[in-house]
Design a protein around this ligand. Structure first.
Ligand code: KIV
Ligand code: ZN
Length: 521
């Protein structure tokens, strides 16, 4: 058996399905490129039958990604498989992933069918998917709670029907490592045609055991792990890619297994996914948490000074977190910034140097010293707000004191016209938001508001993430500034531009429909 473990990333499918606001096609594409750089073998990027938006993003990613195999999900029904096949066929090589539940509780309570019916559906689905590609993956949803005889029968039938990867999900994160490893071993012992497929695992983290279960499974012979960046996903999330990759790397000698992951891309990919998905990373998260390489106690610091391997089993550099020896201030030239960006793993094409340098100088004037995370934040905010041109903030001012109402005035461009408005409110953010909504004449319902700091001291950049509901859809806006009220307003202006663009797309679609109808008449 090969010692290579295939890494199947499902950030853009299982991960995305758990977000408060869906990602745009462009945001999904940014993540797909990052996953490709990271070296994932397969990326599952959506569920095309679920919405036209999902279909479009799967198709766009399938067209652009060349070095990882692109995959899409489908239930075990023909229309789902057809949608997946249609969306993916622009790729040179692709995988269709089809699934059905096999646990008694799911078969009886959710599907309300007999197990034999389910078995037939599984076989038909795999055969149907094989009309589009040889690379078909089949999953027994809730395998962790499926009676082992039924699981063995389903796996054997799916392989006989043509599935080349069989996925064993612990859908509800219920099993413990020894139990899960036993399930995998039993499949290897009892399914006669098992050598014709790769066995994959897909573990959820409801009891915090997704990574341990996945590692136990590869020790028992599984050779594909399904996982997500930062472990995002349904409920408590999925097995986290960065943890699995660094376990395979750090404990290579003990496990005797390897993956194609380029670990140096981990930090950057993790940051990008956290930002775009509006999913902060807990500071003590393994591998990518802010404290993962910080040594606090005196005894630990003393040990580290004597020898780094006293308390460090892997280096921050190994995940692409390079220690900065440059002091970046307003006196630093463009070459210093470019050099630092290169050290952090960015290519020239990943950002616009003029915009970054301009942003850097403005920030350096305000805070003196600029740090790596400031540069990354500037690059991120530029990529997010590049197209924000319908609503623009020229200037704002707020006044508040601890006793009374706050007042705010904003000076904005709205579709090229300059508008100045003022409002009072229950605090400076409330007042500023009312003034912006008045100026823009766009009413949005803010369902979540989050203020965080990019950096450590009082001069840190404030980052505000909001989720706004507009015409039954959620939009994620982000704003960044040294002034937190300004960051709040920028997040609102960003979200307004997103909703404005969504209106434009909808009205273009309407026009096309009307033209079609007129043509038919
Ligand atoms: O958790 C799960 O079982 C899934 C399947 C669709 C693979 O996400
Ligand atoms: Zn899942």
């Amino acid at each position: 058996m090969s010692d290579q473990v295939f890494i199947f990333d499902t950030t853009l499918r299982d991960g995305e399905q758990a977000l408060a606001a869906s990602l745009s096609v462009n945001e999904k594409l940014q993540i797909a490129f990052a996953l490709e750089r990271l070296g994932v073998d397969i990326m599952e990027v959506g569920f095309p039958v679920s919405s036209p938006g999902d279909f479009e993003s799967v198709q766009t990613i399938a067209r652009e990604i060349k070095n990882s195999r692109v995959c899409a999900l489908s239930r075990a029904v023909a229309k789902d498989i057809d949608a997946a096949g249609e969306a993916l066929r622009v790729a040179d090589q692709f995988r269709i992933h089809t699934f059905i539940s096999t646990s008694t509780i799911h078969v009886e309570s959710k599907l309300r069918r007999s197990f034999d019916d389910v078995l037939d559906m599984a076989v038909n689905a795999v055969k149907h998917a094989r009309n589009y590609t040889d690379d078909v993956e089949f999953s027994c949803e809730d395998a962790g709670r499926t009676p082992i005889d039924n699981l063995c029968r389903t796996v054997e039938a799916a392989i006989a029907a043509g599935a080349r990867t069989i996925n064993i999900p612990d859908t509800v994160g219920y099993t413990v490592p020894s139990e899960f490893s036993n399930i995998i071993q039993t499949l290897f012992n009892r399914v006669p045609n098992i050598d014709q497929a790769i066995i994959s695992v897909h573990c959820h983290d409801d009891l915090g055991m997704s990574v341990a279960n996945s590692i136990a499974a590869v020790q028992a012979g599984a050779r594909q792990i399904e996982c997500t960046i930062n472990g995002i996903g349904e409920r408590a999330g999925n097995c986290s890619l960065e943890e699995v990759a660094m376990i395979l790397e750090t404990r290579k000698n003990m496990l005797g297994l390897s993956s194609n992951i380029n670990a140096k891309e981990i930090h950057r990919t993790s940051q990008l996914v956290s930002q775009l998905c509006n999913m902060p990373i807990q500071p003590n998260k393994a591998i990518v948490g802010g404290n993962a390489f910080t040594h606090s106690s005196g005894i630990h610091q003393d040990g580290m000074l004597k020898s780094e391997n006293t308390y460090e089993i892997m280096t921050p550099e190994s995940i692409g977190l390079s220690r900065n020896h440059l002091n970046m201030t307003s006196r630093s030239g463009r070459h210093v910034i470019k050099h630092r960006m290169e050290e952090m793993g960015y290519n020239d094409s990943d950002y616009d140097m003029d915009t970054l340098y301009q942003g850097f100088l403005e920030l350096a004037d305000k805070k003196g010293q600029v740090f790596d995370y400031d540069l990354e934040a500037l690059v991120f905010i530029d990529s997010q707000t590049k197209q924000d041109d319908y609503y623009q903030l020229n200037q704002m001012s707020v006044h508040s004191d601890s006793g009374g109402m706050a007042t705010a005035s904003v000076d904005m461009q709205v579709g090229g016209e300059r508008i100045v408005e003022a409002a009072t409110g229950n605090g400076p953010v409330d007042a500023a938001y009312k003034a912006v909504q008045r100026a823009s004449q766009r009413e949005l319902k803010i369902s979540s508001y989050n203020l965080g700091a990019k950096g450590h001291g009082q001069d840190a950049l404030g980052q505000v993430d909001i989720v706004a509901n507009y015409q039954d859809q959620n939009f994620h806006g982000v704003g960044l500034a040294t002034d937190v009220v300004e960051a709040s307003v920028r997040a609102l202006v960003h979200v307004m531009n997103l909703t404005w663009r969504a209106d434009q797309v909808a009205s273009r679609k309407n026009e096309i429909e009307l033209t079609k109808v007129a043509g038919e008449v």
